[in-house]
Design a protein around this ligand. Structure first.
Ligand code: HXC
Length: 291
């Protein structure tokens, strides 16, 4: 067990779905939820990656992490998999909408398919998962908690990641809207907006060139003087999914060391890049997403 602020049984009895749980932040947080008593279900598109992530997450409590191969863009598949969880394990108590798709690009160069690939994962995927869990909670008279992983772009927008900023702003709107609509059912709907936290793919994306003056992870652009950690993200996640804050709903909480308040959208510094730089970025980010 890692050092923790919380009681080891904080999430005892919780059954939590993490979309995009095979990699990145979702994978990093899963282990902490298990260490604090939760059963987790990891969703993603790649079976082998999920199997490895579930094994890693359940090191402290074998059997506490499960996985299902699901593309959140496909509602029928989301709904059928939700049925399997309900039937085979029992009702979920929480959903983390963490699955994301993103790459940086000049907006004028985006194809309709590229726009669709990003927005359908972030916006449609978050709605599909939230809807499939929410309707079951309401029908069963059960409380529930939804937590979406957003970014501070929902307030500022962000150049060069326009489809992601648009889709995450839509999920921010869903968070506020459903908090009101579903409060009477005991369902809370919140979101987190973490600043840069090192994970393999995001780090490569956030630092797309070797030009040290641009990129989103320069710690001198973060008032706290450092990036965030998975542990800090996990702590806030666990608090929000616990019974400790039943009165908290409809909020998107930034955890970025003050980065948003110190400057504009994360990639504003990239306006100095040339078309040749952008071509190199495209090649690098495509190969990163394939690895
Ligand atoms: C330009 C690109 C591109 C790139 C793909 N495309 N990558 N265009 N630059 N780097 C185009 C393709 O050419 C294609 O359009 C269209 O996008 C769809 O590509 P596919 O590969 O067919 O789509 P798909 O398999 O669905 O892949 C989606 C993906 C991929 C987004 C491209 O990277 C992915 O699935 N990523 C999942 C992980 C992820 O992105 N996580 C992001 C979280 S990190 P055409 O027209 O050519 O067919 C994050 C950090 C935020 O968000 C940090 C905030 C502080």
């Amino acid at each position: 067990m890692t050092d923790t602020t919380f009681a080891p049984a904080l999430l005892s009895g919780k059954r939590i779905l993490i979309t995009g749980g095979g990699t990145g932040l979702g994978r990093g947080v899963a282990r902490h939820l298990v260490e604090h008593g939760a059963e987790v279900h990891l969703w993603g598109r790649r079976d082998a990656v999920l199997a490895e992530a579930a094994a890693e997450a359940s090191t402290s409590r074998p059997g506490a992490a499960h996985y299902q191969t699901v593309d959140v863009r496909d509602y029928d598949s989301v709904d059928a998999t939700m049925d399997r969880i309900w039937n085979d394990h029992g009702p979920l108590t929480g959903v983390i909408n963490n699955a994301a798709a993103n790459f940086i690009a000049q907006t004028k160069d985006l194809s309709p398919r590229a726009f669709q690939a990003i927005t359908s994962t972030v916006m449609n995927g978050s709605f599909h998962t939230t809807h499939a869990a929410g309707k079951r909670w309401i029908a069963g008279g059960l409380p529930g908690s939804v937590l979406s992983t957003l970014t501070t772009w929902v307030w500022t927008g962000s150049a060069f990641v326009v489809p992601s900023a648009m889709a995450k702003a839509a999920v921010h709107a869903m968070t506020m809207s459903l908090a009101v609509e579903w409060a009477k059912y005991g369902i809370r709907v919140n979101a987190l907006a973490p600043g840069p936290i090192p994970t393999d793919y995001a780090w490569e994306m956030l630092n797309p060139t070797d030009k040290s003056s641009v990129g989103a992870t320069q710690v001198d652009q973060i008032p706290a003087g450092r990036s965030g950690t998975i542990e800090e993200l996990a702590n806030l996640t666990m608090f929000l999914l616990s019974d400790a804050c039943d009165y908290l709903t409809g909020q998107t909480i930034a955890m970025d060391g003050g980065q948003m308040l110190a400057g504009p959208g994360t990639f504003a510094g990239l306006t100095s890049l040339t078309d040749a730089d952008w071509q190199q970025i495209k090649e690098t980010s495509k190969s990163a997403s394939e690895s």
